[in-house]
Design a protein around this ligand. Structure first.
Ligand code: ADP
Ligand code: MG
Length: 301
């Protein structure tokens, strides 16, 4: 095997007369990326191949350094490839673009139902650790660790007053899960319950309920703020919780109510008071999640 510098020298020596003295070709062959490519492929590359590829090598080095071309490439980066007897340029997403593509892919794994798109940009590491949320952050981290090896890890019930950051904390959790390949449904419970008549009209209720029942991770945001009928409590929420419980699928909640307050809320539907039914649904929520208090100031401006 010839070493690469003698290969280059030989190639230069063999150059067609009109190319021999072109300084741009010389510079191209001295480019670090080009040298690296030639070194990795030295077993296959002959002086003739280099000779035939000089234009491409030159173009390649130009593309590496030209801002104008970088702009045209829009995140793609030029790479050299050996195709038969010619070194050619191909383009692949660069680092920045790769990160962006991975992020887009992750964001597609989160389905927001009646919640703002901006929640997909909340990152746990950027969430400030204001006092009052340490316990929630620790429990979220513990869940994420457990979930790596146990897809039946227990969810959390984040309870606290309006604006302390409960939804944001779970958005941070959802984004980590999505980046690790998990599908997450993040739904605003009051709007979901209010949409039920529309689902019935459009004949999509069963599909919606199945989707929420089966998703690997579901977050019920703002539970306790919805207005329930016996039907939406027992046949919709109750059934979803029961099935998620049977299958031990991680389920999270945020609420302004503590568990006792939620029980009271569930006991009072539009037309009746039913403490037994409320207790039954609470059992499921208790099974699915661990209660964590989030304290702090109202951060909404
Ligand atoms: P909650 O769900 O408890 O009512 P949110 O999660 O919606 O509260 O948070 C309220 C607002 O506070 C958010 O819209 C966001 O602007 C801000 N916020 C929440 N948590 C954080 C945080 N950790 N760091 C910075 N801003 C935050
Ligand atoms: Mg909220």
């Amino acid at each position: 095997m010839e070493d690469i510098s003698s290969l280059i020298k030989k190639a230069m020596f063999n150059l067609k007369p009109e190319a021999k003295f072109r300084p741009d070709y010389q510079t191209a062959l001295e480019n670090e990326e080009v040298k690296k490519f030639l070194a990795t492929h030295q077993a296959e590359i002959t002086p003739e191949i280099i000779d035939n590829s000089l234009d491409n090598l030159y173009l390649f080095t130009q593309q590496l350094k030209s801002n104008r071309i970088q702009k045209i490439l829009q995140g793609y980066e030029p790479h050299l490839v050996l195709n038969d007897n010619l070194i050619e340029i191909t383009y692949a997403p660069g680092k920045v673009m790769q990160t962006e593509l991975a992020l887009n892919k992750a964001q597609k794994r989160i389905q927001l139902i009646d919640l703002p798109e901006k929640l997909k940009n909340v990152t746990l590491s950027e969430l400030d650790k204001a006092p009052g949320r340490e316990e929630a952050l620790v429990k979220i981290a513990t869940f994420l660790k457990q979930y790596q090896t146990n897809s039946h890890a227990r969810g959390l019930y984040l309870e606290g007053s309006f604006g302390v950051g409960k939804t944001y904390l779970l958005a941070g959790l959802a984004n980590v899960l999505a980046q690790n390949g998990t599908q997450v449904i993040f739904l605003h419970t009051p709007s979901f319950i209010a949409s039920l008549p529309t689902f019935v009209k459009k004949n999509t209720l069963a599909a919606e309920v199945d989707k929420i029942t089966q998703a690997p991770v579901v977050i019920f945001d703002d539970i306790g703020a919805e207005s329930l009928s016996e039907w939406s409590r027992d046949d919709i929420l109750g059934v979803i919780f029961q099935k998620r419980m049977d299958n031990e699928l991680p389920t999270f909640f945020t609420s302004n109510l503590d568990l006792a307050g939620l029980e009271k809320h569930f006991s009072e539907t539009k037309n009746s008071v039913d403490e037994l039914k409320a207790k039954r649904i609470m059992q499921r929520i208790r099974f699915l999640s661990e209660e964590v208090l989030v304290k702090g100031e109202n951060r909404r401006v």
